[in-house]
Ligand binder design. Structure first.
Ligand code: GTP
Ligand code: MG
Length: 451
């Protein structure tokens, strides 16, 4: 890992006031000194800023500030130099080009952070949080990423691993001194409460991490119902934008129309769908199939009903289907005479009208409530934020559950140790204690250039 890498770290697509070109590695300082007018910088103390010009031979390229950071107190733990240059596209690229001509190699996406990981400055979980932070669009998303980055989540995982290690040590003693059969019995009895405690913590993290995933990816909400009940009108009202076509013709919406808003820091992705009905129209039929598929895939379904009509057989069936997942019923058109009968359902019901803007705020609140995401900004967001982490935690939990079950039987205590060790390894993989190169490459390739 002694490549000296360089890259433009700012978004270089347009013109900005300042751009930053970064270089990291054993030859970073040497390479910059070849193109920088201020030669004092080479021997200057770490974490100092130097003024001067970038030069190509006799030609001046740009007036810059150069930040010198010596290993190991840097992002990558290597020597690093940042060149703050003027934000023009051509100038910034020219400086990068000069660094490459003088011996630096072009950094791959995420390579700076990969170096930080491989050099032991951050663990895998923290690295993934850096990526989350870069992609955060809401303050909740960045708060969650920060919790990963500042090591809160790591601490939680490390604690569990420590508990597992002391269990293993306990078991080990028994294996080494098998003549003390009483001791073995004591161990078997003593480890159960600890195992249960570990399992509970894991279960909690996994459950809470569902929130993490919703905060990170948003909630997908399918808007379904019979034709003409006001699904597209509801989408438009929620988005405060005339996104979907609204007419009084049944079967207006054929394809899915999407739009998102942010409520309480949570992104809600709404999907307006074709009205569900039996139809011979080929295009509409495809739309109806799509609606049914989306309903299954969404995190939540809003069933829109027309309060001015009585329930159809199809709508009664839809209610039953949605009751098996997360759903809300929105009874629309209450500005008109109420003709709908009382609905017998376990789903929450909101009455409103897209025409007079009634019930819309209540509907948004109900969505947030359904997922227990109220007042998230005051909460401690120590969550696992991606599928890889959640899968590893789930596997660890299953292993520990298995150990608890086996421990009730007459199984030699050393057999239990195997599963506890695997669970411990799983949690290790989560923070990158054990890793495969391929996995690491995969994780870091998702970063943007220059990070
Ligand atoms: N009175 C009243 N009319 C409404 C309300 N919401 C929608 N409408 C009307 O109902 C008709 C159908 O609205 P849409 O939003 O196109 O209905 P849809 O469910 O998307 O219909 P399809 O796309 O055909 O499935 C339009 O004429 C709307 O103006 C409401 O709250 N009150
Ligand atoms: Mg529609």
């Amino acid at each position: 890992m002694d490549r000296t890498i360089a890259s433009i770290s700012t978004n270089n697509l347009g013109t900005s006031a300042i751009n930053i070109v970064r270089i990291s590695g054993p030859n970073a300082i040497e390479i910059v000194s070849k193109i920088f007018s201020n030669q004092n910088f080479k021997d200057a103390p770490s974490h100092t800023i130097h003024y001067g010009w970038i030069k190509e031979g006799e030609e001046t390229i740009d007036e810059v500030l150069v930040l010198l950071m010596r290993a190991p107190k840097t992002y990558t733990k290597e020597d690093m130099v940042e060149i703050d240059c003027h934000g023009g596209y051509a100038t910034t690229n020219k400086i990068l080009e000069l660094l490459l001509e003088n011996g630096a190699e072009l950094a791959e996406p995420g390579e700076f952070t990969k170096k930080a990981f491989l050099n032991g400055r951050i663990n895998l979980l923290e690295a993934e949080s850096v990526s989350d932070l870069l992609n955060a669009k809401t303050s909740l998303q960045s708060k969650m990423a920060m919790s990963g980055l500042t090591g809160k989540t790591t601490k939680l995982i490390q604690n569990l691993r420590e508990k597992m290690v002391s269990l293993l040590a306990n078991i080990e003693v028994n294996i080494d001194y098998p003549e003390y059969t009483d001791e073995i019995q004591i161990t078997k009895e003593n480890i159960t409460p600890v195992l249960k405690e570990i399992n509970e913590t894991l279960e909690n993290i996994i459950k809470e991490s569902r929130n993490g995933s919703l905060i990170k990816n948003g909630i997908n909400v399918a808007i379904v119902g019979s034709p003409n009940v006001g699904k597209s009108s509801l989408l438009n009202t929620l988005l405060e934008e005339e996104k979907a076509i609204v007419t009084d013709i049944r079967g207006t919406t054929r394809d899915v129309v999407e739009g998102s808003i942010i409520v309480n820091g949570i992104v809600l992705n709404f999907l307006d769908t074709a009205g569900i009905r039996e139809t011979e129209d080929i295009v509409e039929k495809i739309g109806v199939e799509k609606s049914k598929k989306l309903m299954k895939e969404a995190d939540l379904t809003i069933l829109v009903l027309n309060g001015n009509e009585s329930l159809s057989k199809e709508e009664k069936e839809l209610i039953k289907t949605i009751e098996e997942q997360e759903g809300i019923i929105f009874v629309n058109k209450i500005d008109l005479e109420e003709k709908i009968e009382t609905i017998d359902t376990t789903l929450p019901i909101i009455k409103g009208s897209t025409k007079t803007n009634i019930g819309i705020e209540g509907l948004k609140e109900q969505i947030i409530d359904t997922f227990g995401l109220k007042d998230m900004s005051n909460k401690d967001l120590t969550y696992l934020s991606n599928a890889r982490q959640i899968a590893l935690a789930t596997e660890a939990k299953n292993l520990i559950t298995h150990v608890i079950e086996e421990n009730k039987k007459d199984i030699p205590v050393d057999m239990l140790a195997i599963d506890i060790k695997s669970a411990w390894e799983n949690l290790g993989k989560m923070i990158g204690e054990f890793y495969e190169d391929e996995l690491v490459d995969n994780i870091f390739s998702k970063f943007c250039l220059g990070k």
